[in-house]
Design a protein around this ligand. Structure first.
Ligand SMILES: Cc1cc2nc3c(=O)[nH]c(=O)nc-3n(C[C@H](O)[C@H](O)[C@H](O)COP(=O)(O)OP(=O)(O)OC[C@H]3O[C@@H](n4cnc5c(N)ncnc54)[C@H](O)[C@@H]3O)c2cc1C
Ligand SMILES: *[C@@H]1O[C@H](CO)[C@@H](O)[C@H](O)[C@H]1NC(C)=O
Ligand SMILES: *[C@@H]1O[C@H](CO)[C@@H](O)[C@H](O)[C@H]1NC(C)=O
Ligand SMILES: *[C@@H]1O[C@H](CO)[C@@H](O)[C@H](O)[C@H]1NC(C)=O
Ligand SMILES: *[C@@H]1O[C@H](CO)[C@@H](O)[C@H](O)[C@H]1NC(C)=O
Ligand SMILES: *[C@@H]1O[C@H](CO)[C@@H](O)[C@H](O)[C@H]1NC(C)=O
Ligand SMILES: *[C@@H]1O[C@H](CO)[C@@H](O)[C@H](O)[C@H]1NC(C)=O
Ligand SMILES: *[C@@H]1O[C@H](CO)[C@@H](O)[C@H](O)[C@H]1NC(C)=O
Ligand SMILES: *[C@@H]1O[C@H](CO)[C@@H](O)[C@H](O)[C@H]1NC(C)=O
Length: 688
C-alpha cells in the first residue's frame, strides 16, 4: 500500500482518482476491505470511469480474452455483458443433459432472435437462439467440442494472406485453450471411442472429455458408418477432422459440469483488481474522436435496459467487440460503421462506410430423419427417472463428417462443374462491388478448395435425447457445413434494443439443397445399416412417402433450421473484398477497435464453432498483449519459423508504434498519464 500516498499526490490522474473513493479503497471493496465482486464479476453495478480495454460482450470469446488480457496486472479490463450472471439458473447451465430439457434457449438468457421470412425455406421466420448471459452461447450450447480441419483453417489464412491464422497457429491456441481428459475404459469400450491424446491440450481452461454415461447404440455408430464406406477416424483433432468418430464435449469430468467460458476462464481466477465484468450492461454504441484519420474510440455507451439512462465508460487503449455473430456487427452499425445505405435508412450518422459489416453471413442448416426404437435412449432413461450424476452428464457425441464422394459418389465432379457455372452475383444481398468480390472469393474457395476434398460437406449426428416429447426415438441429423448461400444482417433502427433484421438467405443457392438432400438420404441409409439397424424401427419422419429428390427437397425446405453456427458477419477479408477486420482483427478505418469472436471467420468450417472460437480468442489476446506489452506473440509452442520471425518483428514494431503514439498524445490524456505511471512502475503495484 506504499504507493497510495503517491497516488493521492497525483491529482491529475482522473482515471485513478475515480477508481478509488476516500483515498483508501477502490470501488470494488467496502470500508472494511471486503471484495464487493464475486470472481471479478461486479454485482453492485459500480465501475471505474475508464479502462485500458473495454470488451463488448462477456460470451465465449469475450471472457476468454478478458481472462488473458488481465493476466498482465498493469492492464485494466472491463467486460460489458448485456445478459445477467446466470447464477439464478446455474443448475440448468451446469448439468449437461439439461441442455436438451431445460437449457437456456427460450428463456430471458436467450436473445431469441428470429430471421426474416426465408423464401426458400417454406417462408418461415426461423428462431436463432444466442446466449445472453455470462459465457454467452457457450452457456447454452450442445457442448460438442470439435475442431475444423487444416485445409479449412489454411484456406482462411490464405484469404487474409497471413500465417497468424494458419492451422499451425490455431492448432496451438486451440490446444492452449483446453484440458483433455481421456474416457474411462468402460466408457471407451461401450461407446467405441478412439482418441490420440497428443493432439489435445493438457493445461488449458476449457475441459474437453467424454460423458460419464453412454449407451450401447453409441458403440454401434462408427462401425455402421464404416459399413457405408465412410472413413472411421482415429484422431479427429489433428487437422484431419473428417469421417466418423465419437466427439469430445466441453464437460468438466471432476464433477460432470458444463465447462463454458465463465466456468473455464473466470470462475477459477483469484480476484483481480484490474478486471471487472459488468452484467446487465447492453452496449448501445461506441463513441469516437473523429480528429484523426482513422477514428479512435474514446468511450463505450451502455444502458442497463431499454428504459434506463445511457452511461459512458472511457477507453484508454482499445475496444474489443466480442458480441458474437449478431452482436458485433449490430454494435458496429449502431456506432455508424457499416453499409452507408443501411445506416442512413436507420437514421444513424455514417462514421465509416464499411459495406461488409453484417454481410457474408453464413450458417449451418440442418434437419433430420427420425426412427422408432425399442432400445434405451437418454430420453427414455430420463423419462424413467434416472437421476444419477453420471446419467446427468450424458450428451450426444456420435458424429460423422461425410465428404462429397460419400454423398454423391461418381457424380461429384460433374456436380462441381455445374456449381462452377452457377456463381451468380444476383444472389448477393448487396450492390457494393467489394461485397460482391468477397462473395465470389468465398464462393470460389468453397468450390475450389473445400468441396472436392476429404473434409465433410455434411455433418451427421446421432441424437438419443428424444424429439417432440417422444422418448423412444433415434434421430439422425444432417447439417450442411460449407454453404454456397450467403446472407446478411442489418439494422432497421438506431435503437440498440431493437433486434437487427437477420436474413441468412437459406437455400438461396441450389447447391445447398442438393448437398443437404444427399446427407438426409445417407441418414436414412444409416438407419438401415448394421449394426445400428438392429435397434431401428419404423421411420417416423420424413417417412416412406418421401422418396424422390423433389420429395426430399420439399421436406427439407419445410424443416431446416439453424444448427446455431452463424458466422462470417464481420469477415476477416481484405477491405477490397468486403472485409470488416484485417489479420490483426482490427476494424478497417478505426484506429483502436477489434472484433474477436465467431463473426470474423470468413468461411464456415466442418465443425461446431466453440473450439475454433476459443482458439481465435487465445490468438486475439496474444496479438493484443504483444502490441501493448511485447509479450505473448508468437506462442511459445509455435513451431513455424516464418510465423515466429515475422510475428515477433511485427509485434516489436507495433509495440514501438503504440508507445510513440502514446507519447505523441494521439490517445486521450488519461492514457498518457497512465502510460507514464506504468512506465514508472507505480500502476502495477497499485493494481495487484
Ligand atoms: C443453442 C446452441 C447450441 C450450440 N451448440 C454448439 C455445440 O454443441 N458445440 C459448439 O462448438 N458450438 C455450439 N454452438 C455455437 C457456439 O456456442 C457459438 O458459435 C460460440 O459460442 C460463439 O461464441 P461468440 O463469442 O462468437 O459469441 P457468444 O458466445 O454468443 O457471445 C456473445 C456475447 O456478447 C453479448 N452481447 C451481444 N451484444 C451485446 C451488446 N450490445 N452489449 C453487451 N453484450 C452483448 C451476448 O449477450 C453474449 O454473451 C451452439 C450455439 C447455440 C446458441
Ligand atoms: C440484472 O438484472 C436483473 C433484473 O433486473 C436483476 O435481478 C439482477 O440482480 C441483475 N444482476 C446484476 C449482477 O446486477
Ligand atoms: C506490463 O506487464 C508485462 C508483464 O505482464 C510486461 O511485459 C510489460 O512490459 C508491462 N508493460 C508496461 C507498459 O509496463
Ligand atoms: C450395438 O448395440 C447393441 C444393442 O443396442 C449392443 O448389444 C452391441 O454391443 C452394440 N455393438 C457395439 C459394437 O457396441
Ligand atoms: C466443478 O469442479 C470445478 C473444479 O474442477 C469447480 O471449479 C466448479 O465450481 C465445480 N462446479 C460445480 C457446479 O460444483
Ligand atoms: C471466381 O471464379 C470465377 C470462375 O472461375 C471467376 O470468373 C471469378 O473471377 C472468380 N472471382 C474471384 C473474386 O476470385
Ligand atoms: C471420401 O472418403 C472416402 C472414404 O475414406 C474416400 O475413399 C474418398 O476418397 C473421399 N473423397 C474425397 C473427395 O476425398
Ligand atoms: C488506418 O487503419 C488501416 C487499417 O485499418 C491502416 O492500414 C492504416 O495505416 C491506418 N492509418 C493511420 C493513419 O493510422
Ligand atoms: C514441432 O515440430 C516438430 C518437428 O517438426 C514436431 O515433431 C513437433 O510435434 C512440433 N510441435 C508442435 C507443438 O507442433
Amino acid at each position: 500500500m506504499r504507493s497510495l500516498g503517491l497516488l493521492a499526490l497525483t491529482a491529475s490522474l482522473s482515471e485513478l482518482a475515480s477508481a478509488f473513493s476516500g483515498g483508501h479503497r477502490d470501488i470494488y471493496h467496502d470500508h472494511i476491505g471486503h471484495d464487493l465482486r464475486k470472481r471479478n464479476i461486479v454485482y453492485n453495478a459500480q465501475i471505474a470511469d475508464s479502462y485500458d480495454f473495454v470488451i463488448v460482450g462477456g460470451g465465449t470469446a469475450g471472457l476468454a480474452i478478458a481472462s488473458r488480457l488481465s493476466e498482465d496486472s498493469n492492464t485494466t479490463v472491463l467486460v460489458l455483458e448485456a445478459g445477467d450472471t446466470g447464477d439464478a439458473v446455474a443448475d440448468r447451465i451446469n448439468t449437461p443433459v439439461m441442455a436438451y430439457y431445460s437449457g437456456l434457449p427460450g428463456t430471458s438468457y436467450d436473445w431469441a432472435y428470429t430471421t426474416v421470412s426465408q423464401s426458400n425455406a417454406g417462408s418461415r421466420q426461423l428462431p436463432w437462439p444466442r446466449g445472453k448471459v455470462l459465457g454467452g452461447s457457450s452457456a447454452m450450447n450442445g457442448m460438442y467440442h470439435i475442431r475444423p480441419s487444416k485445409l479449412e483453417v489454411d484456406a482462411w489464412s490464405s484469404l487474409i494472406g497471413s500465417d497468424k491464422w494458419s492451422w499451425d497457429s490455431l492448432f496451438d491456441t486451440m490446444k492452449e485453450s483446453e484440458t483433455f481428459t481421456p474416457p474411462s475404459s468402460d466408457i471407451q469400450a461401450e461407446a467405441g471411442i478412439q482418441y490420440v491424446a497428443s493432439s489435445r491440450g493438457t493445461n488449458g481452461p476449457v475441459h474437453a472429455t467424454y460423458p460419464g454415461f453412454t449407451l450401447p447404440v453409441v458403440g454401434n455408430w462408427t462401425e455402421t458408418l464404416g459399413n457405408l464406406g465412410v472413413e472411421v477416424t482415429a484422431d479427429a483433432y489433428n487437422g484431419e477432422g473428417w469421417g466418423a468418430f465419437i466427439a469430445t464435449s466441453s464437460i468438466n469430468p471432476s464433477n460432470w459440469t458444463r465447462s463454458y467460458a465463465r466456468s473455464a476462464y473466470i470462475d477459477p481466477l483469484p480476484p483481480r483488481s484490474n478486471l471487472a465484468i459488468l452484467p446487465n450492461a447492453t452496449v448501445t454504441r461506441l463513441i469516437f474522436d473523429s480528429s484523426s484519420s482513422n477514428l479512435t474510440a474514446t468511450g463505450v455507451e451502455w444502458a442497463a435496459s431499454a428504459s434506463a439512462a445511457k452511461q459512458t465508460v472511457s477507453v484508454k487503449k482499445e475496444v474489443i467487440l466480442a458480441g458474437g455473430a449478431v452482436g458485433s456487427p449490430h454494435v458496429l452499425m449502431l456506432s455508424g460503421v457499416g453499409p452507408q445505405d443501411v445506416l442512413q435508412a436507420a437514421g444513424v450518422d455514417v462514421k465509416v462506410a464499411l459495406p461488409g459489416v453484417g454481410q457474408h453471413l453464413q450458417d449451418h442448416i440442418s434437419t433430420s430423419v427420425t426412427f422408432k426404437t425399442t432400445t434405451d435412449t437418454a430420453a427414455s432413461l430420463k423419462a424413467a427417472g434416472d437421476n444419477s450424476a453420471a446419467f446427468l452428464s450424458f450428451i450426444n457425441s456420435a458424429t460423422a463428417y461425410v465428404n462429397i464422394t460419400d454423398l454423391l459418389g461418381d457424380s461429384a465432379s460433374d456436380f462441381k462443374t455445374q456449381i462452377a457455372g452457377e456463381l451468380s452475383t444476383s444472389l448477393v444481398p448487396s450492390t457494393d462491388a467489394t461485397v460482391i468480390k468477397g462473395y465470389e472469393t468465398i464462393y470460389n474457395t468453397t468450390l475450389n478448395t473445400l468441396l472436392m476434398s476429404p473434409i465433410g460437406q455434411v455433418e451427421i449426428l446421432l441424437a438419443l435425447t428424444g424429439t417432440g416429447g417422444d422418448s423412444n426415438v433415434i434421430t439422425i441429423q444432417a447439417a450442411l457445413q460449407h454453404p454456397f448461400s450467403q446472407g446478411r444482417l442489418y439494422i432497421t433502427s438506431s435503437d440498440a434494443f431493437t433486434q437487427p433484421a437477420i436474413d441468412p438467405q437459406y437455400l438461396s443457392h441450389t447447391a445447398d439443397t442438393v448437398i443437404l438432400r444427399e446427407g438426409l438420404k445417407l441418414a436414412r441409409k444409416i438407419g438401415g445399416t448394421a449394426p445400428l439397424s438392429a435397434v431401428i424401427g419404423d421411420e417416423i419422419t420424413p417417412g416412406s412417402s418421401v422418396q424422390s429428390d423433389d420429395d426430399w427437397d420439399s421436406y427439407l425446405a419445410k424443416n431446416i433450421g439453424t444448427e446455431y453456427h452463424p458466422s462470417c458477419s464481420c469477415a476477416m477479408l481484405p477491405r477490397e473484398q468486403g472485409g470488416v477486420v484485417d489479420e490483426n482483427l482490427k476494424v478497417y478505418g478505426l484506429a483502436n477497435v477489434r472484433v474477436a469472436d465467431a463473426s470474423v471467420f470468413p468461411i464456415q468450417f466442418a465443425a461446431h464453432l466453440q473450439a475454433p472460437t476459443y482458439g481465435l480468442a487465445e490468438q486475439a489476446a496474444k496479438i493484443i498483449r504483444a502490441t501493448y506489452n511485447g509479450v505473448g506473440w508468437p506462442s511459445a509452442s509455435s513451431n513455424s519459423t516464418s510465423t515466429s520471425t515475422s510475428g515477433s518483428s511485427s509485434a516489436t514494431a507495433s509495440a514501438t508504434q503504440t508507445a510513440q503514439r502514446d507519447r505523441n498524445g494521439a490517445l486521450p490524456l488519461s492514457s498518457r498519464s497512465a502510460f507514464a505511471l506504468v512506465a514508472a512502475g507505480v500502476l502495477a503495484s497499485l493494481l495487484l
